[in-house]
Design a protein around this ligand. Structure first.
Ligand code: PEP
Ligand code: MN
Length: 338
């Protein structure tokens, strides 16, 4: 960081700042300019409190140089994180894994049937919520552990790995018994205690972007998981709230290359929640892959009109199969496979 002194700051004030830097076991370098004096802090200051300087006499402002998300950052780490799922599919390399399935697990028959159809169409992972974060407390809240058991049955029959949401700390052990990937929903992106808790597990974490989270807040949320020792975080863009009400959310695909520039973590796009409309999903899958997405997560249902949750954005198995075909052509154009 660089500590910028106020115009007219005294020599003693500059000395105090320099002394504080040394107390933090970092090196100080005082640069006296024509108008301003700055104190450059040399060394890894990412875990140091910049507020310690902001409150000092004579200090105007503190400018960070290194990103605050040390472990998620690309700084000093040129390669990408590659995660291998049970069954052998990978994310972060040339393969673009597709995770598909219903918004919610509704019954054993429903999840097993759709799992077979998704597998046949080329998906490698099965999604489905057993614990559902619902805006309305009277809406269907998910099947709970029974739903997890149905997911496990679908995995046993198809070999698809399971991605399912964990909403609270007290569900983590239970969900870990069944899930291959723990999903942290948009509404929990800044549930810091939950992030830390899943950071203590050995399951990959699919972290969805909060609907009003900035890119930096998103990466700092990932940092919570990484900081607890779990290196396998997958970032998921699922659309943000804007003034636009034609779509359920606005899907900002520019975040894909932006994240690739800043982090080594793989980036998945969810065009289902990102648009809220089934007919927009396929074009956005193609656009996401063109923009460099490392994976896709898609909601599907054998009868979207009867889905208990998110039917309007769910693809039929036929529409999913068509999407896979047309998006694979985009993947090939950017030297990747689906
Ligand atoms: C979901 O995946 O069904 C879901 C609830 O997603 P989000 O947290 O992105 O709204
Ligand atoms: Mn959903």
């Amino acid at each position: 960081m660089i500590v910028v002194m106020k115009q007219g700051a005294t020599l003693d004030q500059v000395d105090q700042v320099a002394k504080r830097v040394r107390e933090m076991k970092l090196k100080d370098q005082v640069i006296v300019g024509q108008e301003l004096t700055v104190v450059a802090v040399v060394g890894d200051d990412r875990f140091k409190d910049r507020n310690a300087f902001e409150v000092m006499d004579g200090v105007d402002r503190v400018v960070p140089i290194l990103s605050p998300y040390k472990r998620a950052s690309r700084e000093g780490r040129p390669g990408k994180t590659v995660i291998t799922f049970p069954g052998g599919a990978t994310i972060g390399g040339t393969q673009i894994p597709v995770i598909a399935g219903p918004c919610s697990v509704e019954s054993r028959e429903q999840i097993v049937e759709i799992a077979h159809m998704m597998k046949a169409a080329g998906a490698v992972g099965l999604r489905g919520g057993a614990f559902k974060p619902r805006t309305n407390p009277y809406s269907f809240q998910g099947m709970g552990e029974e739903g997890l058991k149905h997911l496990a049955q679908a995995r046993a029959e198809t070999g698809l790995f399971i991605v399912t949401e964990v909403m609270s700390i007290d569900q983590v052990d239970l969900v870990c018994e069944y899930a291959d990937v723990l999903q942290i929903g948009a509404r929990n992106m800044q549930n810091f205690n939950l992030l830390s808790r899943v950071g203590e597990t050995n399951k990959p974490v699919l972290l969805k972007r909060g609907m009003s989270a900035t890119l930096e807040e998103f990466l700092l949320a990932a940092e919570y998981v990484l900081a607890r020792g779990n290196p396998n975080v997958i970032l998921c863009e699922r659309g943000i709230r804007t003034f636009e009400d034609y779509v359920r959310n606005t899907l900002p695909l520019a975040i894909v290359p932006a994240l690739h520039a800043l982090t080594h973590l793989p980036v998945v796009v969810d065009p289902s929640h990102g648009t809220g409309k089934a007919d927009l999903v396929e074009p956005m899958c193609r656009a996401a892959v063109a923009a460099g997405a490392d994976g896709l997560i898609i909601e599907t249902h054998t009868n979207p009109a009867k889905a208990m949750t998110d039917g309007a954005q769910s693809l039929t198995p036929a529409a999913f199969a068509a999407m896979m075909k047309s998006t694979a052509r985009i993947a090939a154009a950017v030297d990747r496979t689906m």
